[in-house]
Design a protein around this ligand. Structure first.
Ligand SMILES: NC(=O)c1ccc[n+]([C@@H]2O[C@H](COP(=O)([O-])OP(=O)(O)OC[C@H]3O[C@@H](n4cnc5c(N)ncnc54)[C@H](OP(=O)(O)O)[C@@H]3O)[C@@H](O)[C@H]2O)c1
Length: 291
C-alpha cells in the first residue's frame, strides 16, 4: 500500500486534499503531517486510512520520524515560510535520504516566469534532487475572499491591494483538492509535469466587488494601493517580511503580465466544470454576512 504524507493538512488546500483523498482512499495510507496532532484529530475523523504525525517545517528534528516509510510527499509551502534555503532545502534533502521517491508540490500558476517567488526555487530544487514530481499550479484562490481579505471586507466592505486593473484567475480551493487527489492517486500517469489548475474566469478586483455588491446586496469596493505602502501596511499588521513581500508581489506583478491562461486540466482530471465566482459567493454568503 502506498503511504502518502500530506503537509499543510489543516489549511485551505491540505484539508480539501484530505477530504478528496478520504472519499475513496483505495490503496492509500494517508498520513497528515501536522504541528498539533490533538487539534488535527478534532478537525478530521481519524480512520484506518488516515493517521496523524507530528511535523514542523521549522523543526528539522521532526522530519526523519515523519518521513519513515513514506513513498510520496504532498508538499505545501506555508505562506509565512519564504526562505527556501533555510526551510525547504534541508526538508527535501531529508526526504531524499529517507527514500521518498515522489513529490507533489503545490506551486502557483505563472511560476515558470516568476523567478522572484519561492515556488520557483522549490520546483527547481525538487527537480535537481532527482525526485519524480507533479507540480500543481493553481490560479488565485476564491477563498482569499473568505480568509486573508475577510477582516477588511467585514469591517469596511473594501478590498485594498496593489493590483490595479489586473485580472486574476479565480479558482475554488475545493476544486484544487479534487484535482490534487487525482494527481496523487494516478501519479505515474501524470508524473514529471506541471499542471495549471484554474477556474473558468479571469476577473479584476473591480469586477469581483461588483459581483459581491449584486449578490450580497451591499456596496463593496476595491481600492488599489501603491505596492510599497501595501508592503508596510502588511508589516504593520504583523506579517513576516517574507509573507508581506510575497503577498505584495503576487498582487502587484500581474499588472505587468499577460492575463492568466484558462486551463481545462481540472475538467480533464475530474470530468467536472470548475466553480464559478458567483456560485462561490452564493455558497459562502454566511461568511460575508457575519457581523
Ligand atoms: N492564496 C492564493 O491565491 C494562492 C494561489 C496559488 C498558490 N498559493 C500557495 O498556496 C500555499 C498556501 O496554501 P493554503 O492557503 O492551504 O495555506 P494555509 O491555509 O495558510 O495553511 C497553511 C498550512 O501549513 C501549516 N503550517 C504552517 N506553518 C507550519 C509549520 N511550521 N510546520 C508545519 N505546518 C505548518 C498550517 O498548519 P497549522 O494548523 O499548524 O497552522 C496549515 O495546515 C502557499 O504556498 C501559497 O503561495 C496560494
Amino acid at each position: 500500500m502506498k503511504r502518502i504524507l500530506i503537509t499543510g493538512a489543516t489549511g485551505h488546500i491540505g484539508s480539501e486534499v484530505l477530504a478528496s483523498l478520504c472519499k475513496s482512499p483505495q490503496d492509500l495510507e494517508i498520513v497528515a503531517a501536522v504541528r498539533n496532532v490533538e487539534a488535527a484529530e478534532q478537525q478530521f475523523q481519524p480512520s484506518s486510512q488516515l493517521t496523524f504525525q507530528v511535523f514542523d517545517f521549522e523543526k528539522p528534528d521532526t522530519f526523519s520520524q515523519a518521513f519513515q516509510g513514506v513513498d510520496s510527499l504532498f508538499l505545501l509551502r506555508p505562506p509565512q515560510l519564504a526562505d527556501v534555503d533555510r526551510y525547504f532545502k534541508p526538508l527535501l534533502e531529508a526526504a531524499k535520504t529517507s527514500g521518498i521517491q515522489q513529490v507533489v508540490f503545490l506551486s502557483v500558476q505563472g511560476v515558470e516566469t516568476s523567478n522572484m517567488i519561492p515556488h520557483y526555487k522549490i520546483e527547481a530544487l525538487i527537480k535537481n534532487l532527482g525526485f519524480q514530481y507533479v507540480f500543481v499550479r493553481p490560479g488565485y484562490f476564491m477563498q482569499n475572499l473568505t480568509s486573508t481579505l475577510l477582516p477588511e471586507i467585514l469591517k469596511t466592505q473594501t478590498i485594498t491591494l496593489p493590483a490595479g486593473q489586473a485580472k486574476f484567475n479565480w479558482v475554488d480551493v475545493k476544486n484544487i483538492g479534487e484535482a490534487v487527489a487525482v494527481l496523487i492517486k494516478a501519479f505515474d500517469l501524470y508524473k514529471n509535469r506541471g499542471y495549471d489548475i484554474t477556474g473558468s474566469e479571469n476577473l479584476s478586483f473591480q469586477a469581483v466587488t461588483h459581483q459581491m455588491t449584486i449578490i450580497l446586496n451591499k456596496p463593496y469596493r476595491f481600492k488599489s494601493i501603491n505596492p510599497i505602502r501595501f508592503y508596510f501596511k502588511k508589516r504593520k499588521d504583523g506579517l513576516t517580511t517574507g509573507f508581506a513581500l510575497v503577498m505584495t508581489l503576487l498582487h502587484f506583478l500581474p499588472r505587468f503580465q499577460k492575463e492568466p491562461e484558462i486551463s481545462n486540466n481540472f475538467f480533464k482530471l475530474t470530468g467536472k466544470k470548475p466553480t464559478t465566482l458567483v456560485a462561490f459567493i452564493n455558497r459562502e454568503q454566511h461568511i460575508f454576512n457575519k457581523t
